[in-house]
Design a binder for this molecule. Sequence first.
Ligand SMILES: Cc1cc2nc3c(=O)[nH]c(=O)nc-3n(C[C@H](O)[C@H](O)[C@H](O)COP(=O)(O)OP(=O)(O)OC[C@H]3O[C@@H](n4cnc5c(N)ncnc54)[C@H](O)[C@@H]3O)c2cc1C
Length: 415
Amino acid sequence: MRTAAVVGAGMAGLAVAGALSRTGWRVVLLERGERIAAPPTALVLWANGRRALESLDPDGGWSAIASPLADGGIRRPDGQWLVTPRDATPTHAVVHLEDLFDALVAGLGDDVEIRTGFEVTSVRVGRQQRPVLGDGRTSVEADLVVAADGIDSAIRRVLAPEAAAVGSGFAAWQAVIPSYRVPAGFSAGERVDARSSAGEAVGAGSSAAEAVGTGFSAGETLGAGYRFVSVPLGERAAGKGGVYWVATAAGAPRPEPPAQQLALLRRWFGDWHEPVGALLDATDPAELVPQEVRELRPLPRTYAFGSGPGGVVLLGDAAHAMPHHLGQGACLAFEDAATLRSLTAPAAPGPELVAAIEEYSRVRRPRTTSVVRQTRRMSAVVQARGRLALRARDAALNHPRLLSQAPDTDWSPPD
Ligand SMILES: Cc1cc2nc3c(=O)[nH]c(=O)nc-3n(C[C@H](O)[C@H](O)[C@H](O)COP(=O)(O)OP(=O)(O)OC[C@H]3O[C@@H](n4cnc5c(N)ncnc54)[C@H](O)[C@@H]3O)c2cc1C
């Protein structure tokens, strides 16, 4: 039987391990943590990510855990609209990570062998040998190795040392507020009454831009180097529903304990339109997930490394970690998994499998490079400070190339 070793039980590793197992691979999943654990946050699933998940596991029950994402538009800190809300696109969704991880773990079935507490520290490839992984005590050999071990991938550091994990110049804070603590009056997002005649986004200074939103609704707000996004979760999310928010600030991550970081966020965002202040006030420091935003620069030259009758592929953040501004990191990981599953499904170890993994890199590298480029354009928009830069930002937000070429619309599963 064909064998695969998947390294990392994050979203990417779980998705690909289940999918390979369902297409006839004997899979071992290696995770350095003592258990598989979902971060206590949520994720926006754009149309591409959702399509990928559905193709990976049509029986995954995704619609039961994902709630439709309302378009809350984009505002300035004073509440003025930069981009007015459009009708919700039913394919976009938000999902609590506990629910997503539960569904992905259920999708592993009984055939995937899970080894937790296994930290891969070495990888060996060669012309005549199958790839071999080690943790310093034992080794695991397989026809196919999938490195889904995140931005600091030990495997990528050996095979593609040209790609370095670097800070993107931002810090991010995420939290989920359970429904019983969501501020009264918070709503999923509303359409504004005053819209431009075309019903499109309005620019700064236009009369429609004066249409200050009614306040307590979800959506995105952009300040000078600061950003705040709030998204209501479905009532059933992680058994407690609630609201997910993510705040981003240009600069380094903060060293203070969570309570002080939350106090700092309340100061930075305190005079922003509601619900920003109300959501921060309703957040418990224990719910705060702070992190430095990082990315790979440059991306690895290839995502595939042949070894004997098979080889190693990079997948998810291990291959193309990027800032979260377009919310595409996990969606692209699911695309990777769907592509790899489809290409390797019919491939026997030997020339067929080697060709399949080369094709994986040939297909995935241009796709992910293009989304990384779009994300970097968005980084410049989010990072804008100073009057001129902010005017350029407001113009860019209404530029069709920034908004209409959304990376989620142009991808379909390979089969
Ligand atoms: C603030 C923020 C908001 C985001 N929002 C979105 C969004 O809305 N939509 C979206 O699509 N994406 C979003 N992303 C991106 C998304 O979170 C990542 O792309 C995704 O988590 C990557 O998953 P992964 O499985 O590749 O890596 P990881 O989640 O990093 O998982 C890697 C796994 O490998 C394990 N591991 C690491 N090293 C080893 C080793 N040597 N041996 C064994 N195991 C190992 C780790 O313990 C971990 O379990 C966001 C990111 C941030 C920072």
